[in-house]
Design a protein around this ligand. Structure first.
Ligand code: NAG
Ligand code: NAG
Ligand code: NAG
Ligand code: NAG
Ligand code: NAG
Ligand code: NAG
Length: 592
C-alpha cells in the first residue's frame, strides 16, 4: 500500500535534494524550518516523502483556480517536531483515526477550506499540545459529544461556515482550557445551555449568522469569564435583562443585524464591565431610560442604521461620564429633539452620517467633541459657530454644498486637522465659489475641491481655475441656491450679487420690452403656439445666459402673460424672488 502511494505521488511531487518539488523550504519569520507548497493541482493521497524530519511548519494550499484534491493518510509518523500544519484548499473529505497521533508537539492545525463532513474524537488523538484548531469552510454537519476531548490544551476552536445544525450536550467535554469558540455561519438556531457546561474559562464566543431566534436566558450560567460575545446577524427580536445576568465580565457585545425594535428597562444593567455595545442594523426605534443603567464602563455605543428619530434626553444619564463614541449613522434623526442629549454627553466622537439632516441651526454638539461625521446628509450651508471648537475631524462629504460662503465655517475648516469635503456638488462660478477660491493658496483642502458644475469646469480642481474666468451663476441658483443669498449677507462678494441683481433686472426689463414689441407683431401666435414660443424665448436668452444668470424659470413666465399686463407680471415674479431670497434692491422694480 505504502509503496504504491509512493509511486503515484512521486510523479506528482518529484523529490529534489533540498526540498520537495514545487515547494519552498526556508525558515519562517520565527526561524522555524518550514515547507510551503502553494502551487496547487495536487491529486491523490497526501504524500510527504522526502520532507525533512526536522520540519516544524508545513503549509499545503492552492490558488483558487487550481485546488488540490487530497485524501488524508497517516503521513506524519516521522514528523514529531511539527508545530504547525496548514492543509487548506485541498478538498480533503475526511480525517482518519489517529492520523495525527505522532504529533505531540503540534500546536496549530488548520484544515480550513476543505470538504470535511464529519469529525469525531478519534481524529485528534495524540494532539496533546494542540492549542488552535481551525476547521472553517468545510461541510461538517454535526459534532458529537466529546469530539475534542483529546485536545486538553486547546485554546482556540474555529468551525465557522459549516453546516452544523445543533450543539449537542457536552460537545466541549474535557477541553477545559478553551478560551475562544467561533461558530459563525452554522445554522444552529439555538445555543444549548448544556453545550457550554465544560468550558468555564471561555473568553470569547462568536455565533454570527447562526439563525438564532432566542437568547435563551440560561445559556451562559458558567460563562462568567466571557468578555467578548458576538451574536450579530441573527434573528433575535427580544432581549431581556436576564439574558445577560451571568455575563459579569462581558466587555464587548455585538447584537448588530438582528431584529430588535425596543431596548427595555435594565436590558444591559447586569453588564457593569461592558465597554462596547454594538446594536447597529436592527429596527430599534426607542431605548428605555434605564436600558444602560449601571453599564458604567460603556465608552462606545453603536446604534447606527436603526430607526431612531430621537432619544430621551436622560437616556444615557448613568453613563454620561464615560460614553465617548456614539454612532447614529443611518437613523432618521431629528436633531432639534436630540439637542439636550447631545449637549449633555461628553462625547469625543459623534457619527451622523446619512441621517437625512437638511439644516443645523444651533450648536447641538457637546464641547468635548473632536470628531464629527455629517457626511451623506443634505446640508447646503452650515454656520461655523454651530461646530464645537474642539473638533479635529469633520466629515462633510457627500452633502449638497455648492459653495461655502460662511467665513466662520471656512476658518473652522482651515484650522481643523482633517476635513472631508468631497462628493459635494461644488458649483465653481461667481455665485458660490469665490470665498473658497480666495483661500486656495492658503489651504490644501480648498485647492483639491473638484468642481461638479458648470459643465466647462466639471471635474477640475479648484486650484486649476482662473478666478477671472469664472462664469456667472450656474442654473439652479435661484431655485435651490439659498447659498447665493447667504453670500450677500455674510461676505465681501455682496457686491457681485448686487451687480448680478442689476444685471438680472436689466435683462428682465429688456425681455419685457422685447416681448411687448415682439407680441405686437406676432400676437396671434402667442395664443396658439405657446410651447414654441417658450422655446423661442429661451433661445433668445441663451446667447446671453451667463449674464442673465441662466434663470430659465423667469424667462418662461414672460411670454405667457406678457401682453396681458407686463408690469404686474414683472412685479409678481420678482416678488417671488424677493420673498424667497431677500433681494435688497428690489424696490426699484416696483416703481417701474
Ligand atoms: C517535540 O520536539 C522535541 C524537539 O524539539 C523532540 O525532542 C520531541 O521528541 C518532540 N516530541 C514528539 C512527541 O515528537
Ligand atoms: C487557515 O487557513 C486559511 C486558508 O488558507 C487561512 O485563510 C487562515 O488564515 C489560516 N488560519 C490561520 C490561523 O493561520
Ligand atoms: C464534497 O464531498 C461530497 C460528499 O461528501 C461530494 O458530493 C462533493 O462533490 C465534494 N465536493 C467537492 C468540491 O469535491
Ligand atoms: C467599571 O465601573 C466600575 C463601577 O462603576 C468601576 O469601579 C471600575 O473601575 C470601572 N472599570 C473600568 C476599567 O473603568
Ligand atoms: C491637530 O493639529 C494640531 C496642530 O495643528 C496638533 O497639535 C494636534 O496634535 C492635532 N491633533 C491630532 C489628533 O492630530
Ligand atoms: C495663488 O498663487 C498663485 C501663484 O503663487 C497666483 O497666481 C494666484 O493668483 C493665487 N491665487 C489666489 C486666489 O490668490
Amino acid at each position: 500500500m505504502e509503496l504504491r502511494h509512493l509511486f503515484v505521488i512521486s510523479i506528482l511531487w518529484q523529490l529534489s535534494a533540498a526540498c520537495m518539488n514545487k515547494c519552498t523550504c526556508s525558515p519562517d519569520s520565527r526561524g522555524r524550518n518550514s515547507v510551503i507548497c502553494k502551487e496547487g493541482g495536487y491529486v491523490g493521497p497526501l504524500n510527504l516523502e522526502g520532507i525533512d524530519r526536522n520540519t516544524e511548519v508545513l503549509i499545503i494550499s492552492a490558488p483558487e483556480n487550481n485546488m488540490n484534491s487530497l485524501t488524508m493518510v497517516p503521513a506524519f509518523t516521522e514528523l514529531g517536531r511539527l508545530e504547525e500544519i496548514h492543509i487548506t484548499r485541498s478538498n480533503i473529505p475526511q480525517l482518519g483515526d489517529r492520523f495525527f497521533h505522532a504529533l505531540g508537539n503540534l500546536s496549530v492545525l488548520n484544515l480550513s477550506q476543505n470538504n470535511i463532513t464529519q469529525v469525531i474524537d478519534r481524529n485528534f488523538i495524540g494532539l496533546v499540545k494542540l492549542k488552535e484548531l481551525f476547521l472553517d469552510d468545510n461541510s461538517i454537519v454535526s459534532l458529537p459529544s466529546g469530539t475534542f476531548s483529546a485536545l486538553k490544551e486547546l485554546r482556540v476552536l474555529s468551525i465557522q461556515r459549516n453546516r452544523i445544525n445543533e450543539l449537542v450536550h457536552s460537545v466541549f467535554l474535557h477541553v477545559k482550557q478553551l478560551r475562544v469558540v467561533k461558530l459563525s455561519g452554522n445554522p444552529l438556531r439555538e445555543l444549548h445551555i448544556e453545550a457550554f457546561r465544560d468550558v468555564r474559562e471561555l473568553r470569547s464566543l462568536e455565533c454570527r449568522g447562526c439563525a438564532l431566534t432566542d437568547m435563551n436566558k440560561q445559556i451562559h450560567p458558567s460563562l462568567s469569564h466571557l468578555n467578548h460575545l458576538d451574536l450579530g446577524d441573527n434573528h433575535l427580536r427580544y432581549i431581556e435583562k436576564e439574558d445577560f445576568q451571568n455575563l459579569r465580565s462581558l466587555k464587548y457585545l455585538k447584537l448588530d443585524g438582528n431584529k430588535l425594535t425596543h431596548l427595555k428597562e435594565y436590558t444591559f444593567s447586569h453588564l457593569s464591565e461592558l465597554r462596547k455595545l454594538n446594536l447597529a442594523k436592527n429596527a430599534i426605534t426607542s431605548v428605555s431610560v434605564s436600558a444602560v443603567e449601571n453599564v458604567n464602563n460603556l465608552t462606545e455605543l453603536d446604534l447606527s442604521y436603526n430607526q431612531i428619530v430621537a432619544l430621551k434626553s436622560n437616556v444615557f444619564d448613568s453613563i454620561v461620564e464615560n460614553l465617548l463614541i456614539l454612532n447614529l449613522n443611518g437613523n432618521p434623526i431629528d436633531l432639534s429633539l436630540m439637542k439636550f442629549l447631545l449637549k449633555k454627553l461628553k462625547l469625543r466622537e459623534l457619527r451622523l452620517r446619512q441621517c437625512g439632516i437638511f439644516v443645523i441651526n444651533e450648536n447641538v454638539f457637546s464641547s468635548t467633541l473632536i470628531s464629527l461625521d455629517l457626511s451623506k446628509n443634505y446640508l447646503t450651508a452650515l454656520d461655523g459657530n454651530v461646530l464645537p471648537d474642539s473638533l479635529y475631524y469633520l466629515d462633510l462629504s457627500y452633502n449638497k454644498f455648492k459653495g461655502i460662503a460662511n467665513a466662520d465655517l471656512l476658518d473652522t475648516i482651515e484650522n481643523i486637522n482633517v476635513t472631508l469635503l468631497e462628493g459635494n456638488p461644488w458649483s465653481c462660478d461667481l455665485c458660490f465659489i469665490v470665498p473658497m477660491i480666495n483661500r486656495v493658496n492658503r489651504s490644501a483642502i480648498f485647492r483639491n475641491i473638484i468642481c461638479s458644475q458648470p459643465y466647462v469646469v466639471e471635474g477640475k480642481k479648484l486650484e486649476s481655475l482662473d478666478r477671472n474666468q469664472l462664469s456667472w451663476c450656474t442654473s439652479g441658483a435661484y431655485t435651490t441656491g439659498a447659498n447665493f443669498f447667504s453670500i450677500t449677507e455674510h461676505s465681501s462678494i455682496g457686491i457681485i450679487a448686487a451687480g448680478m441683481s442689476v444685471c438680472l433686472l436689466f435683462f428682465i426689463l429688456l425681455s419685457v420690452f422685447g416681448m411687448i414689441c415682439y407680441s405686437k407683431r406676432h400676437a396671434a401666435k402667442y395664443y396658439t403656439h405657446e410651447d414654441k414660443l417658450a422655446n423661442t424665448q429661451d433661445s433668445i436668452f441663451e446667447n446671453q445666459s451667463p449674464l442673465f444668470c441662466d434663470d430659465r424659470e423667469l424667462s418662461f413666465k414672460f411670454p405667457l402673460d406678457a401682453n396681458v399686463n407686463e408690469k404686474k407680471v414683472a412685479i409678481a415674479t420678482i416678488d417671488e424672488i424677493k420673498k424667497e431670497h431677500k433681494i435688497m434692491n428690489i424696490v426699484q422694480i416696483e416703481g417701474v
